[in-house]
Design a protein around this ligand. Structure first.
Ligand code: CTP
Length: 216
């Protein structure tokens, strides 16, 4: 029970950014990785605040408080409420980077003309938490299709993180929609922990072990 009396904030799942009352911009994240991380910390005695985007998956452990959100803005607001009182924050959610500049009140009707959606940037929750960081250990994720180590390290520095969990997108049965993941965890001194391809539940245990090491 190495996380007794510790509070962990975790984001998981996708976000949905509405276009009109029936349509949205989303992504293929299921939240499986983040929920597995939440379960692993809870089993180690932590109190977990899980901010979960739209997915059919739910956590089961009684020490996990699940905050259901839909948009990136709602996810950001839920994180801000919990951040001060947390010892560790792990951002595994696939937050949409862009949202429609305008949300229509009525459903868009089709016509023969082409339509253009104007998108604006969403708040980068992890970047903002990096700026506000005091005592917290802050952990981010980097899902990349190329130059994994360089891209992940630059995110670690730019977002003022303590650790980053890096993985390639879907190359070998890892990432969105898969039950397995192959990750490399990198710290601020460029120390790297390379893990094998394994079930997401086992990846979650590796993340818990590394976080425990850095929290001491
Ligand atoms: N993240 C976040 N809020 C956002 C976007 C991302 O909290 N609006 C977090 C993710 O949860 C993840 C990390 O930032 O922990 C990586 O995000 P990613 O989108 O891959 O990185 P970017 O810096 O946006 O770079 P790019 O999309 O160009 O790869």
């Amino acid at each position: 029970m190495q996380f007794q009396n510790k509070k962990i904030l975790i984001t998981a799942g996708p976000t949905y950014e509405p276009i009109d009352p029936v349509r949205f911009i989303g992504n293929r994240s299921t939240g499986k990785m983040g929920i597995a991380i939440a379960e692993s910390f809870a089993k180690q005695g932590a109190e977990v605040e899980l901010v979960l985007g739209p997915t059919h998956l739910r956590p089961s452990h009684k020490n996990i408080n699940c905050h259901l959100v839909e948009t990136g803005a709602q996810m950001y607001a839920a994180c801000l409420k919990q951040y001060d009182s947390c010892d560790v924050a792990i951002m595994s959610a696939a937050v949409a980077d862009y949202k429609p500049a305008e949300v229509l009140n009525q459903k868009i009707k089709k016509s023969d003309a082409t339509i253009t959606l104007t998108l604006e940037k969403t708040t980068d929750i992890l970047f903002e938490l990096g700026k506000l960081k005091k005592h917290q250990l802050l952990v981010g994720f980097a899902l990349e299709t190329e130059n994994l180590i360089e891209n992940a390290t630059s995110k670690l520095n730019r977002k003022n993180l303590d650790l980053i969990v890096a993985n390639y997108s879907s190359a070998f049965g890892e990432g969105f929609g898969f039950d397995t993941n192959k990750v490399i965890i990198i710290d601020r001194n460029n120390k790297m922990y390379n893990f094998e391809l394994k079930q997401k539940e086992e990846v979650a245990l590796d993340i818990v072990d590394i976080v425990a090491k850095y929290l001491k």
